[in-house]
Every structure is written in structure tokens, then in C-alpha cells.
Design a protein around this ligand. Structure first.
Ligand code: GCO
Ligand code: MG
Length: 403
């Protein structure tokens, strides 16, 4: 049996911060797990270093489910993003190790490929509708079959989802949180014309997506869903905060626009009602923040019983280690829907050399044993941690609002 002899936390900032766990066994096999929690990175690094690593040494790396249960049930204080990201990092690293020892890519261990590749969606955004459409046409030319549309809101100085750079988007860009200004009224007026222009320019053979980023009340979300129905969106995402899962009952009663939610979820309990009552169509929980491959498979199996498909989060704050894990998972899970794909910086790609690739709108994790991702530790050491916060958001009268 491969005995765990060390587990190290590596923090690096090749354009943005990443926390990675590297587990090593007595036979020399190593595995990687992503533990990045945007804006709260060092909390997870400490949770791992101070509270998880001491419990791992000497354990049999093959006993993935047992170690998962040991860390989850053994914490007593269950769930939460910090705990579940730390457990995810251990779980992902152990699956990587198992794949390397078996000499098989991870998707083979998960049941084998069910499809040629994972359909991914790219991010088209711009300050104006014209700029966003131009970016979307560019994605369409590159072969994307699904495109997310985000545009600046007339009357608001800035909004989420609109980047300074054409392909690279990173909202956590300040040493202390930037303050943004928000108006749901202005926003709600701006989205239907964006979708109308997009259908006109891009046609009907491409999937169009949109992220509301938790900004609306349930009844406002219902109105947006109705307003967008003529343009047949693939989904609207995080249309209202989901701490209260019952919120989605109201939205569901009013619109046939498909609903996606869950990038901030960390356990199956966060989506139990949403899935059981078929209040959503896509679950966005992802490997790194929802307890790793072991727990995400459980969520997906439960979702499959209720006609809910996967649509895993894949923003730039999810490292190439998570991207690879998500692609192995997506290739093998029966109820795969779509995978989000935001490109990393060249420096990030150089720190994490990887086997996954993009072709004709689909991504494939490659056939290297395990995850197919490495960490160049020497290069990582040249990019030290840099504190960076996500912005906060206020309404026009100064009241704090969801970001
Ligand atoms: C998305 C997300 C992100 C988040 C980011 C926060 O759908 O891609 O909403 O862009 O804002 O992951 O860290
Ligand atoms: Mg989102």
C-alpha cells in the first residue's frame, strides 16, 4: 500500500493566488489538489497545514473514501468553504495518486469516457452591447458552442463579469476590497437588449448563457427569466442568493428559462431542496469548493435522479488542477451539462503544465495517468503570495448589497 509520508502546501501568485496541496507517498508517487478560496486563501492553507496534514501522515493513500469520511466527520464542525476546500484538496491529490499508480487517466477510474469531450463555455464581455457582441463573434469563430454574455450596465461605473483584458478576467485585484455601485433596475433594463442583439448577430445554433451573480430578489429574477425566454438562453446563473433554497420555488413558478446555481456551494446539503424539488436545471458546485471528486460525484448522482445536469464553476480562481479534475469528472459523469472555461494567464499555465486541451468547443483532459497536471515548484516560488480581495457592492443609497 502507498503510505503517505508528506503533504505540503504551496502558495503561489502567477497572476493570481493559488493554494496547492502536494501529497507524497513512500514509493515516491505524488498527487496534487487545489485548495484555492478566492480572497481567503491563507485560511485554507492554515487549515491544511495546522489541522489536516498531521492526520494524514502514515495513512494508506488508496483509502480515499475512508480518508474523506475521516476528515468530514472527524472535524465535528462540518461543512463551510474553508473545511470543504481543504478536504477537496486532499481528495483530489489522492485520486491523482491512485491514477498514477494504476497508470490510468482519472476518468478511466471514474467509469471511462461517456463523450468525446466536455462542452465548455467561454466568456464574452464588454463595456457596451456592441463590444460584447464583437467578443462573442470572436468566440464563435474559435469554435465555441456555448458563450456567456456579460455587458456593462448604462449608468453604472462598473459591474461584475466585465474584464479589463480581452480574454483574462480576475475580479480579486485589490489590496483592500474595491467598492462597486449597483442598481437592479438599471441592470434589468440592460440584459434583454443584449440577448436580442446576440441572437441577431450569432444566430440560434450557439448556446447563450448569463450570470446574474446573486444580485436579484426572487421576483426580479422571475421577471428577468420571463424577459429572456424569447431568446432561449441555455441558463441564467445565480439569479438570486440561494442560502434560502425556497427562493427558487417562486422563480420556477414564473419562467421556463433554465436555472443554474451553486458555484459557492460546498456540500450536498446546500442543494438538497433545489435538486429534490427540481427547482434548478444545472448544478454549478465544483471539485475544489465542494469536497473534491468524491463529494461532487455524490451530488451529481443525486442530481441525475432529478433531471439536473452539471455545469461546474471554472473561473480563473480555480487552478489548472481543478480544471483537469473537472474535465475528468465531466467526461465520465452521465448527467454532464457544460463546463465553464476561463483561460489562465501564461504564467499560471507555465507554473502548472497540463495535459488538457481545447478543440472545436470541447475540452479533453488528456490521457496522462492521474490528473495530468504538474506543479513547477521552482517557478511557483518566483511568484510570492499577494493579498487580493474580491470587491464589495453597495446600492445607490449606500446599502450593502450582494457582490
Ligand atoms: C463565474 C463566477 C466568478 C466568480 C469568482 C469569484 O461564474 O465565473 O461568478 O467569476 O465571481 O469565481 O471568485
Ligand atoms: Mg458565476
Amino acid at each position: 500500500m502507498p503510505r503517505i509520508v508528506s503533504a505540503r502546501v504551496i502558495v503561489t501568485c502567477p497572476g493570481r493566488n493559488f493554494v496547492t496541496l502536494k501529497v507524497e507517498c513512500d514509493d515516491g508517487t505524488t498527487g496534487l489538489g487545489d485548495a484555492t478560496l478566492n480572497g481567503r486563501e491563507l485560511a485554507v492553507a492554515s487549515y491544511l497545514e495546522d489541522h489536516v496534514v498531521p492526520c494524514l501522515i502514515g495513512r494508506d493513500a488508496h483509502r480515499i473514501e475512508d480518508i474523506w469520511q475521516y476528515l468530514y466527520k472527524g472535524a465535528y464542525w462540518r461543512r463551510g468553504p474553508v473545511t470543504m476546500s481543504a478536504i477537496a484538496a486532499v481528495d483530489t491529490a489522492l485520486w491523482d495518486i491512485k491514477g498514477k499508480i494504476a497508470g490510468l487517466p482519472l476518468h478511466q477510474l471514474l467509469g471511462g469516457a461517456m463523450r468525446e469531450g466536455c462542452m465548455v463555455y467561454g466568456h464574452a464581455n464588454g463595456a457596451t452591447i456592441e463590444d460584447t457582441i464583437e467578443a462573442a463573434l470572436d468566440y464563435q469563430r474559435q469554435g465555441y458552442r456555448a458563450i456567456r454574455l456579460q455587458s456593462g450596465v448604462p449608468g453604472l461605473a462598473s459591474t461584475y463579469g466585465v474584464s479589463k483584458d480581452r480574454y483574462f478576467y480576475e475580479p480579486a485585484d485589490a489590496d483592500l476590497p474595491t467598492e462597486n455601485m449597483w442598481s437592479s433596475e438599471k441592470y434589468l433594463r440592460s440584459v434583454p437588449p443584449l440577448f436580442a442583439a446576440a441572437r441577431e448577430a450569432l444566430g440560434w445554433d450557439v448556446h447563450l448563457l448569463h450570470d446574474v451573480h446573486h444580485r436579484l430578489t426572487p421576483i426580479e429574477a422571475a421577471r428577468l427569466g420571463k424577459d429572456l425566454e424569447p431568446y432561449r438562453p441555455f441558463w441564467i446563473e445565480d439569479s438570486t442568493p440561494a442560502e434560502n433554497q425556497a427562493n427558487f420555488r417562486l422563480i420556477r413558478q414564473h419562467t421556463t428559462t433554465p436555472l443554474a446555481v451553486g458555484e459557492v456551494f460546498n456540500a450536498i446539503w446546500d442543494c438538497k431542496t433545489l435538486i429534490e424539488e427540481q427547482l434548478i436545471d444545472y448544478i454549478r458546485a465544483t471539485v475544489v469548493h465542494a469536497g473534491g471528486i468524491t463529494h461532487l460525484r455524490r451530488i451529481a448522482a443525486f442530481a441525475d435522479l432529478h433531471n439536473v445536469r452539471t455545469g461546474c464553476h471554472g473561473a480563473t480562481d480555480l487552478s489548472p488542477v481543478t480544471m483537469a479534475a473537472a474535465l475528468h469528472f465531466g467526461l465520465s459523469v452521465p448527467n454532464f451539462g457544460v463546463q465553464e472555461y476561463m483561460r489562465h494567464t501564461d504564467d499560471t499555465d507555465a507554473v502548472f503544465p497540463h495535459a488538457y486541451s481545447f478543440e472545436a468547443g470541447l475540452m479533453h483532459p488528456g490521457d496522462a495517468p492521474g490528473l495530468g497536471v504538474d506543479l513547477d515548484e521552482d517557478r511557483a516560488a518566483t511568484f510570492p503570495y499577494k493579498r487580493a480581495y474580491l470587491p464589495v457592492n453597495r446600492r445607490e443609497d449606500g446599502t450593502m448589497h450582494d457582490w
